[in-house]
Design a protein around this ligand. Sequence first.
Ligand code: NOJ
Ligand code: CA
Length: 543
Amino acid sequence: MARRLATALTSTDPRVAAGRSPSPWWQTAVVYQVYLRSFADSNGDGIGDLAGLRSRLPYLAWLGVDALWINPHYPSGGADGGYDIVDYRAVDPDYGDVADLEGLVKDARRLGLRVVLDVVPNHTSDRHPWFSAAVADPDSPEAARYHFAPPSEEPPNNWQSLFGGPAWSRTADGRWYLHLFSPEQPDLNWREPAVAADFERTLRFWLDRGVSGFRVDVAYGLFKDAALRDNPGSYAPTLFGHGPEQAMTWNQPEVHDVWRRWRAVCDEYPDTMLVGEVCLADLEQVALYSRPDEMHQSLSFRLLKSPWATEPFAEAVQSALDAFGGVGAPVSWVLGNHDKERQVTRFGGGAVGTARARAAALLMLALPGSAYVYAGDELGLPQAAVPDEAKLDPIFFRSGGARVGRDGCRVPMPWNDSDGVGFSPEGAAPAWLPIPADWQQYAVSRQTRDGGSTLTLYRRALALRAAHPALAAGDATVSTRGDVLTVRCVGESETVRCLVNMGAETVLVGCSGSVLLTSTVSVRHSAGSVALPPNSAVWVVED
Ligand code: NOJ
Ligand code: CA
């Protein structure tokens, strides 16, 4: 596992002997996204927690990932899945306490895993003490840390909330305040120095506890147009990809200085990193957030949004390689997360959706850069049908039910065959989101015994990715021919080809070499060619 050891530098490391320093771990890392509330419940309250996650670390080490990113673990108002934070330097009692987090980091280290936290600098909870003080007194220093406007008939501008409705709500005394997400998430005013100072304290608080960095929420936000002018266009209801129609709200040039300051803080802590959530339509603008003195990476959501066809996939890969290559940053590939419908469902559901998700995983894990795997995607979980009365996502409520919301990709992990699928101990309270009746079929315990399972495929792929540096650390070229997408990954000592058949017919591809891994057993290979069934992928080491 060469990459796992990248920072455990010793004089026996061949790269040191050759006078080269190894690449930083994050450049090619597989980062596993833990939806903490749904991962493992240790105390039977139906809510996943840090002790539960800690007890499952051996699973993550066995799977072969390099790091975990944990969705927000902070005390929260509970209005948006933890993205409305009340105290940035504490742990929500639902999840444990700071000592639990320190214990998690220590245990993870012992297993060769790094822990990355989520940090949310664009907005706080409306229950954050700053906002309470700001509401109580318009002249308080805290009021200057948010965007308030005096009482008036109409809101101060035409901005819309991403979750639906206007981006302005009123306090009891009639003042307006800005919230680009739900009203319980007031936006911070980053033109106020106290805000920046407090976040730097927060970064250091967690870095001092041994974490390896942060996933930065809404990193393209923070600063707004200084005069809060109207946007030229109206907001299209998607979570990703804002363009010029939203020019006053997002991507203000001043925000890059925040990342320069945060980078300087991280530089004081060896081997730490920042990965930004930057949802802008223009990928070259996204890449600017990962210039050498800013964040180390920005998540690339193109694969996450591409329909199952060669041209959009090839475009997704090439445009990301070009844009991030242009600033010298590795691409951070994402196929699934807690905001998007599960891949299996997005790619058509059932056997077809599963086959496509498996093939897409081999594609992502071959590409140069780091890869983000969302908990449960390694089990091939489909989107769960969450009944409306159990839903919690503000997107569902604020759209009056017109948008289904994100609860269906956030339901608890199935660990075993028992009724509660091993998420909680026996006799526990019901899980915080209902667990689908057929969830046992996806359980970790079943899939570890099954050589053809999606879990087994991920585990093999991760082991091979670590053993073959052409994957993840090679130079990739992308091409399409008919329904076949090819990524050729050229490493120092070998070349690995990833072929994906995205069409409806089996395709015979001329390709000599030895097969490393196939996404389905029905791939046939003989000297000089591979017969790829529909919706399948193969890794071949070229002769
Ligand atoms: C992006 C997060 O991924 C999403 O879950 C959250 O609702 C918004 N940022 C607001 O913090
Ligand atoms: Ca619990």
